[in-house]
Design a protein around this ligand. Structure first.
Ligand SMILES: [Zn+2]
Length: 83
């Protein structure tokens, strides 16, 4: 099938986008199989959430600072205090 062959060519070019992009890495296992999401919290903070697909390590960062989960939650203030 010609279609399948063409897909492979496209994939190949996708795999080398810009070599200078700083790839996020897991701080625990150094895996590059991480998901990184940029978020804006309720208080306006710009944070990055990184989730490692290999060891499931999760980290919140604001710039170069690592935020604790408690810190993120207090910034987010999304927990309803319904009694
Ligand atoms: Zn990891």
């Amino acid at each position: 099938m010609a279609a399948a062959a063409q897909e492979q060519v496209d994939l190949g070019s996708l795999l080398r986008p810009q070599a200078r992009v700083n790839r996020p890495q897991c701080a625990v296992c150094s895996s590059e199989r991480v998901t990184r999401i940029a978020l804006e919290l309720e208080d306006g903070s710009q944070v990055d959430f990184t989730n490692c697909l290999d060891c499931d390590h999760r980290v919140w960062q604001q710039g170069d600072d690592v935020l604790s989960v408690e810190r993120v939650l207090s910034k987010a203030r999304r927990i309803p205090k319904a009694g």
